[in-house]
Design a protein around this ligand. Structure first.
Ligand SMILES: O=C(CO)COP(=O)(O)O
Length: 253
């Protein structure tokens, strides 16, 4: 049986400036390198800084077990798209993951299911792992949320080439909130997403995720997608320790 892998991702959104981003990356690289359990096959860690920080972040991480990804991409491979960045250029830089369809991009920048489908396909075409964000906009029960995220997922993957996908389940009402969604809600929706048919997908939870959550969700998610509660590298270290402990516990079963 293949061993279960835990995936921990962090998006820095637009919270930090350049110097703070690189200092944070160096701290995170140190935290990861000090932990023998943090190896990509068992506990996979990726961080998503802003576009200008991608290349220096890769340098700052300097061989530590931390992958760097982008927060967005354009769907075309090249052309007259002022201000945009292609999957081709991201791959050339050494970027391995790219976030697609985050709730803030859907809400503030008008990203539609069609755009998200094109971006997902572009990422996979160029060997990037899309971190595909889905989540219900309003607080509804788990059954209703499952219906909404399945529709989002089906639309996003409609023309997706083969390749690994990370599905980030982020109930929009829990993003930026003081607390994550209730454990039972996360468990129910992530279980439905895990059974959604794409066997190359990991399902991770985001929305006020932080230390303590992974242990409570034990076995029902493949990891976490962190925002604010990873700004302190010590908090991220705690989450990584929880992930490593979970992997050891699963191995012992
Ligand atoms: O949107 C998120 C990660 O992409 C979650 O953000 P917060 O953890 O800050 O709520």
């Amino acid at each position: 049986m293949s061993q279960h892998k835990i995936t921990i991702g962090v998006s820095l959104k637009m919270y930090f400036g350049h110097a703070r981003t690189l200092a944070w990356c160096r701290d995170v690289a140190r935290v990861a390198a000090q932990r023998p359990g943090i190896v990509p096959e068992r506990v996979e860690l990726f961080v998503l800084p802003t576009f200008p920080a991608l290349a220096p972040a890769i340098t700052a991480i300097d061989g530590a077990p931390v992958a760097v990804g982008a927060q967005d991409l354009h769907w075309a491979d090249s052309g007259a798209y002022t201000g945009e960045v292609s999957a081709v250029e991201l791959a050339e830089l050494g970027v391995r993951y790219v976030e697609v369809g985050h709730a803030e991009r859907r809400r503030l920048f008008g990203e539609t299911d069609e755009v998200i489908k094109l971006k997902t396909a572009a990422a996979l075409r160029h060997g990037l792992v899309p971190v595909l964000c889905v989540g219900e906009p309003d607080r509804v029960d788990a059954d209703a949320a499952i219906g909404i995220v399945h529709d989002q997922l089906d639309a996003a993957l409609a023309e997706a080439p083969a390749g690994r996908v990370i599905i980030a389940y982020e109930p929009v009402w829990a993003i930026g909130a003081p607390q994550p969604a209730p454990d039972e809600h996360i468990r129910a929706v992530c279980a439905a997403l895990r059974g959604s048919g794409r066997d190359t997908a990991s399902v991770i939870y985001g929305g006020a995720a932080g230390p303590g959550l992974l242990g409570r969700l034990e076995g029902t998610v493949d990891g976490l997608f962190l925002g604010r509660f990873a700004h302190d590298p010590a908090a991220l270290a705690t989450v990584l320790d929880e992930a490593a402990a979970l992997v050891i516990k699963e191995d012992a079963r």
